[in-house]
Design a protein around this ligand. Structure first.
Ligand SMILES: Cc1cc2nc3c(=O)[nH]c(=O)nc-3n(C[C@H](O)[C@H](O)[C@H](O)COP(=O)(O)O)c2cc1C
Length: 334
């Protein structure tokens, strides 16, 4: 039987399938079930920077209104000394999950600034998390801000967080950058151990009968795979950190494609929401069978075989215009 083991963020994973940050990973019992179905690691549901900061606000106003301190001492009060409910719950989730499972548990923080929340990653490390994924996204809508200003925030946050912890830090990003390849490459040299390409975001939709804003589809479809597949393939072997693929991975062929493109690991969410944790077991079984069929005894033997650098048709990943390629296309070909 093929050996499915991979290395990701300096951690040895028993296979390449990680359950991505979501409501699937906010309870330790549910995570135990994912482990039983074969998940190699989990990324916990994100704690939001705002949640950490809001608790600070609440704490400060309580201190000021309670009158149990002289107001000026509030300025000297160290937030580090007073973690409150949400942050405490999050640390408890890490501790409890670490007790219940033996797979690596990665915490996740959704952040947009390098400000006063950055003491918290050390608490996450102390609670026993095996790594920290930063879920970082600035929707570039502010027309007064330059691309450079937006991008600087990523480097500031990574520098700040990496200087505070010893556990591996990874970064989950979007594809909204003015020069995506350069940005991914530069981020990979900052000290982070992995990049997750790409996050999927809440998208608004419009109800044309009731003239109301609604939510777009929350879950991805298999067709959403192509964006991350292209960029994993383009960036593989051009970065100084590991790559995890995320979005649209719904079956074993998608896992295999991402590894052929050069991913060290993949993150799966929507497929598990749709089909349950058993989907992981099915994907692993099919991955093993495919490896046996093609004579691969380890994942490393085929990782990157079809990347832009490793494959024999590098131009295909940069082809973007349909016109020439599909001249004479009638629709019957698919
Ligand atoms: C219901 C739901 C909740 C999510 N919550 C988070 C989150 O807290 N933090 C995060 O980084 N990503 C979150 N995600 C994004 C997923 O981790 C993943 O990147 C995205 O769903 C694409 O993967 P998929 O195609 O396998 O679903 C969430 C996704 C879903 C569907």
């Amino acid at each position: 039987m093929a050996n499915l083991e991979v290395n990701y963020l300096g951690l040895t994973l028993k296979n390449p399938i990680i359950v991505g940050s979501s409501g699937l990973t906010d309870k330790s019992e549910a995570i135990r079930n994912l482990e039983q179905n074969g998940a190699a690691a989990v990324v916990l549901k994100s704690l939001f920077e705002e949640e950490i900061l809001l608790e600070k606000e609440a704490m400060l106003s309580q201190m000021q209104s309670g009158g149990f301190l002289y107001p000026e001492t509030v300025d000297f009060y160290q937030y580090e000394e007073a973690p409150k409910e949400t942050t405490m719950d999050y640390l408890e989730l890490i501790r409890e999950t670490k007790k219940q499972v033996s797979i690596p548990v990665l915490a996740s923080i959704n952040c947009m600034t390098a400000q006063q929340w950055t003491w918290f990653p050390k608490e996450i490390e102390n609670a026993g998390a095996d790594g920290l994924e930063l879920n970082l996204f600035i929707l570039p809508t502010d027309m007064k801000r330059s691309a450079g200003e937006n991008e600087k925030v990523y480097f500031d946050i990574v520098e700040e967080v990496c200087s505070k912890v010893n556990i591996p830090v990874s970064l989950k990003i979007s594809y909204y950058f003015s020069n995506l390849a350069t940005m991914i490459n530069r981020l990979s040299t900052t000290g982070i151990k992995g990049l997750v390409l790409f996050n999927r975001f809440y998208s608004p939709d419009i109800d044309i009968e009731n003239f109301q804003l609604t939510s777009g589809s929350v879950l991805s479809t298999p067709g959403d795979l192509s964006l991350s597949l292209r960029w994993i393939a383009i960036m593989a072997e051009r970065v100084d950190c590991d790559l995890a693929a995320s979005t649209g991975i719904h079956d074993a062929p998608a896992v295999i494609k991402q590894i052929l493109a050069g991913a060290n690991a993949v993150q799966v969410v929507s497929a598990i929401y749709k089909h349950g944790g058993e989907k992981i077991a099915e994907m692993l079984h099919q991955l093993g069978s495919w490896m046996d069929k093609h004579g691969f005894s380890s994942v490393d033997q085929f990782r990157g075989k079809m990347s832009q650098v490793g494959g024999d048709n590098p131009a295909a990943f940069e082809r973007v215009q349909f016109m020439k390629y599909f001249r004479g296309f009638t629709g019957d070909e698919m």
